[in-house]
Design a protein around this ligand. Structure first.
Ligand SMILES: *[C@@H]1O[C@H](CO)[C@@H](O)[C@H](O)[C@H]1NC(C)=O
Ligand SMILES: *[C@@H]1O[C@H](CO)[C@@H](O)[C@H](O)[C@H]1NC(C)=O
Ligand SMILES: *[C@@H]1O[C@H](CO)[C@@H](O)[C@H](O)[C@H]1NC(C)=O
Ligand SMILES: *[C@@H]1O[C@H](CO)[C@@H](O)[C@H](O)[C@H]1NC(C)=O
Length: 377
C-alpha cells in the first residue's frame, strides 16, 4: 500500500511468525505487527491515498479507449485491493478517521481565502476574481514521484484563466514539470499545455486538446517522474513522454527536490486565443476543484530521500517501487501516439521557425533512448 521503506516490513514479518509456531498466538502477533507497521508507515508517508505500487503496470495503465474510436472508457478504480496481496487487505484496516485527503498533504499557499478545503479536507477549490487568484502547495518535497490528481476545470466561460498543476524546485536554475489548463470561451476547447524545465530552462512546450469536456466532471491528471523519464497522463493515458537523455547532453531533472503546486490565475494577456479573448469578470468568481490526490513518492527531507539507493538503482525492491522503473509498454506507446496524432496542437519539436540554431537535441536524437519528443516526422 505504501512506498519506499515498506519493502522492509514483509521480509522481517515471516521470520517473527515462524519463531512462534504456537499457531494461534503467532497469527495474532503477525496481525498486530502488520497493523503497527502499517500505521507507522502511514504516518511517515505523505499521500493519503497511495497508488498501489504493487499493481502491475498493466493495471496502473489500463486500456482506456476502444482502439476503433477515441471514446475513452471510465478509468478503472484504483481503490480495489490489488491481486496477490491478501496482507495488503489486512493493512487497510483500521481506517484512520482523522486522515483527511488533500488537507493532509497540501497547504493553501496564497489567495487570501480564495482557496478552500471542503468535505473534511477531501475536496479543495481554488477561485479567481478580479482581485486575486489562489494556489496550494504540497507540505512535502520529493525527489521523484508518481502523482495523480482529479481536477474539474472552470465551467462555461473560462477564457483568460489558467489553472495549473505542476511540480517545481526552487531558484534560478530550477526544474519544473507542468500541466497548465488554458481556459476558453463557452463551447470552445480547453488547451492542455505541458512544459519541462531543466536547470532553469524551459521552452519544451507541447499542447493538446482533450477528448472529453474537462469542465463537466473530474478527470485524472498524472505525472510520472522517475530517474529515467517523465510521463504526463490524462485519465491514465500517456500523452507525453520525456526520456532521460543525459548521455546525449540533454539535461534531465534528477537532482533538485520539487514540491507539488497548483494555482488558478488570470493570464488573459496571452492564455486564450493568443490573448485576443479577455477574462469576462462578470462571470467571476471562477472555480476549479481538486480531489482524490494519490502518489507514490520518494519524500525528500533533511537532505535525504525516503527511497534508498537500492530502490533507485536495482531491481531488488520488487513491485513496491515499480513506479521508479516504470516505462511505457508498446500498448501505452500506441495510445500515446494516437493522442498525439489526434489531439496535439503544438509541439516545440516541430517548430523549426522558433529554434534558429536547430531543434533541441532531445527532438533530433535517435538511438538507445528512443527519441520520442517529436512524433510527426
Ligand atoms: C466530516 O467528518 C465528521 C466527523 O467525522 C462526519 O460526521 C461528517 O459526516 C464528515 N463530513 C463529510 C462531508 O464527509
Ligand atoms: C454554465 O452554463 C449553463 C448553461 O448556460 C448554466 O445552466 C450553468 O449554471 C452554468 N454553470 C455555471 C457553474 O455557471
Ligand atoms: C524553496 O526555498 C524555501 C526557502 O529556502 C524553502 O522553504 C522551500 O521549501 C523551497 N521549495 C522547494 C520546492 O524546494
Ligand atoms: C479556444 O478556442 C479556439 C477556437 O476554437 C481555439 O483556436 C483555441 O485553440 C482554444 N484554446 C485556447 C487556449 O485559446
Amino acid at each position: 500500500m505504501h512506498m519506499h521503506r515498506s519493502s522492509s516490513s514483509p521480509s522481517f514479518l515471516p521470520s517473527i511468525c515462524s519463531v512462534h509456531t504456537f499457531i494461534g498466538l503467532a497469527v495474532i502477533l503477525c496481525v498486530y505487527f502488520t497493523l503497527q507497521t502499517s500505521i507507522s508507515l502511514q504516518d511517515k508517508s505523505l499521500p493519503s491515498e497511495q497508488i498501489k505500487t504493487t499493481l502491475p503496470s498493466s493495471i496502473l495503465l489500463p486500456q482506456q479507449y476502444d482502439s476503433n474510436d477515441m471514446n475513452f472508457n471510465e478509468i478503472p478504480t484504483m481503490e480495489q485491493p490489488p491481486p496477490h496481496s491478501n496482507e495488503k487487505t489486512i493493512l487497510r484496516s483500521p481506517p484512520k478517521a482523522e486522515i483527511l485527503g488533500l488537507a493532509r498533504d497540501f497547504d493553501i499557499a496564497w489567495g487570501n481565502g480564495r482557496g478552500t478545503f471542503h468535505d473534511n479536507g477531501t475536496l479543495l477549490t481554488l477561485s479567481l476574481d478580479k482581485n486575486s487568484g489562489s494556489g496550494f502547495e504540497s507540505k512535502n518535497r520529493f525527489l521523484f514521484a508518481k502523482i495523480d490528481m482529479k481536477i474539474k476545470l472552470i465551467p462555461n466561460n473560462s477564457a483568460g484563466t489558467v489553472t495549473t498543476f505542476y511540480m517545481s524546485s526552487n531558484g534560478s536554475t530550477h526544474d519544473e514539470i507542468d500541466f497548465e489548463f488554458l481556459g476558453n470561451v463557452s463551447g470552445q476547447p480547453y488547451t492542455i499545455h505541458t512544459n519541462i524545465y531543466c536547470q532553469g530552462k524551459g521552452n519544451r512546450e507541447q499542447q493538446f486538446y482533450l477528448w472529453f469536456d474537462p469542465t463537466a466532471d473530474f478527470h485524472s491528471y498524472s505525472i510520472l517522474w522517475n530517474p529515467a523519464r517523465i510521463v504526463f497522463f490524462v485519465d491514465g493515458t500517456p500523452i507525453r513522454e520525456f526520456n532521460n537523455m543525459e548521455e546525449f547532453g540533454v539535461p534531465f531533472p534528477n537532482k533538485q527536490p520539487m514540491r507539488i503546486f497548483s494555482s488558478l490565475w488570470n493570464a488573459d494577456d496571452w492564455a486564450t486565443q493568443g490573448g485576443k479573448v479577455h477574462t469576462d469578470w462578470s462571470k467571476a468568481p471562477f472555480v476549479a476543484s481538486f480531489k482524490n490526490f494519490k502518489a507514490s513518492s520518494c519524500v525528500w527531507s533533511h537532505g535525504s530521500s525516503s527511497c534508498g539507493s537500492d530502490d533507485l538503482d536495482s531491481e531488488s525492491s520488487g513491485f513496491e517501487n515499480a513506479w521508479l522503473r516504470e516505462e511505457l509498454d508498446s500498448k501505452s506507446l500506441r495510445k500515446m501516439r494516437r493522442v498525439q496524432q489526434n489531439y496535439m496542437t503544438y509541439n516545440y519539436c516541430d517548430d523549426k521557425m522558433r529554434f534558429h540554431e536547430g531543434l533541441p537535441k532531445e527532438c533530433t536524437t535517435k538511438g538507445s533512448n528512443r527519441g520520442r519528443q517529436s512524433q510527426f516526422r
